[in-house]
Design a protein around this ligand. Structure first.
Ligand SMILES: *Cc1c(COP(=O)(O)O)cnc(C)c1O
Length: 370
């Protein structure tokens, strides 16, 4: 199918771009021996798991369902971390996962005997913030994520093979470098007795300008100093800029400004636009007022604040135009919802100039969840 024939709304995963990212990550793995896992939280489009499996060591999950998905669809190393496991899901998690990471010493003590032949780890909190967005900062005051040094319980050390930390979000290697210095100051005394260290996600490795040599220096430093296996589990970096959301203009209304109503929704289909908030890149468009015709892009939902942003164009938008939002593979289809009875976008793949729908959704996807 050609681009102009594509039904909208649709998420399109760009396979060529995904492969570019995977090759960058595989290069880091080859040069350092680090093991890289897909964090499924960002991108769980399992159609691509066999492709991802050719490059990465496996996947990590935030809980039972993601763990089951990677077990079924990727079949490589399977890791899980969850802020708290529940009794009724834990045995199934054990049956699916190789590495199980706990959030607190109490959870380790509660569950370790039910996971005897598995590699167990604890998430630590180095209490070192390198970013300002509190909702993405696991080191923010009062964070539940990871055990602080004060709350570390040395009794559990014999049960642990690894330590895990995840404190970054869309960051460069300098933030990792600083964080590791702090983490080693606090928890370094425990690193030597570990088999592995997992440095979490938030490493924007595939972004242009990311300092890959500094990342690799840090990985090698840990391997050399402590004799540990090092893991990274990026989500974003795997599918960064490897997807689009295509949408059509349904109507144009005027209320002091021109407003285009699209067949997609920020609230339902790209919730980070409202949650973070941020203005998603739109192919071929400029900032408000930069080009001749400015439009507010807004959605088909009934939520007044369901606004994507103000964009400008060389020619006025008209009903039926197709627009392409960029960087829409990550944290989109894993987060979408059917609020307002909004249809879920189909999922397609782009290879070269060819578009192929791999999944469509309908009324039953709305009804079956209610
Ligand atoms: C979210 C998360 C990741 C992935 O983070 P990205 O920012 O998508 O790279 C990895 N590990 C843990 C524990 C996470 O919570």
């Amino acid at each position: 199918m050609r681009e102009c024939d594509i039904p909208t709304p649709v998420y399109v995963v760009d396979e060529d771009k995904l492969i570019e990212n995977l090759e960058i990550l595989a290069g880091v793995e080859e040069r350092t021996g680090v093991k890289i896992l897909l964090a499924q939280k960002a991108f769980s489009c399992y159609h691509f798991y066999p492709l991802i499996a050719k490059y990465l060591a496996g996947a990590t999950a935030s809980g039972l369902f993601e763990a089951r998905l990677s077990h079924e669809e990727m079949g490589k190393e399977n890791h899980v971390y969850c802020p708290a496991y529940s009794d009724d899901e834990f045995d199934e998690i054990v049956s699916l996962c190789d590495h199980i990471v706990f959030n607190s010493p109490a959870q380790v003590k509660k569950f370790a005997r039910r996971a005897k032949n598995k590699s167990l780890g604890l998430r630590i909190n180095p209490e070192f913030s390198t970013q300002k967005t509190a909702i993405y900062d696991p080191c923010a005051f009062g964070s539940r994520l990871g055990t602080t040094l004060e709350n570390f319980d040395e009794e559990i050390l014999p049960l642990l093979e690894g330590l895990h930390m995840h404190t970054l979000c869309e960051q460069d290697a300098d933030a990792l470098d600083k964080t590791l210095k702090e983490a080693e100051k606090k928890f370094g005394k425990y690193f030597k007795s570990m088999r592995w260290l997992n440095l979490g996600g938030g490493h924007h490795i595939t972004r242009a300008g990311y300092d890959i040599p500094l990342l690799e220096k840090n990985v090698k430093g840990l391997q050399d100093r402590y004799g540990v296996e090092v893991y990274l589990e990026p989500g974003e970096a795997v599918a960064l800029n490897a997807g689009y959301l295509y949408t059509r203009v349904l109507d144009i209304v005027k209320n002091c400004i021109y407003i285009a109503i699209l067949d997609c929704s920020a609230e339902c289909h790209m919730p980070d636009v409202i949650e973070m908030p941020y203005r998603p890149p739109l192919f071929g468009a400029g900032n408000e007022g930069e080009k001749k015709y400015t439009f507010r892009l807004s959605s088909k939902s009934c939520l007044a604040g369901d606004i994507i942003g103000d964009y400008s164009f060389d020619t006025p938008l008209k009903v039926g135009d197709i627009l392409r939002f960029d960087d829409m593979a990550i944290y989109t289809m894993v987060k979408n919802n059917t609020f307002n009875g909004m249809p879920l976008p189909a999922i397609a793949k782009k290879k070269g100039e060819n578009f192929e729908i791999i999944k469509s959704f309908g009324y039953s996807d709305f009804k079956s969840r209610l």
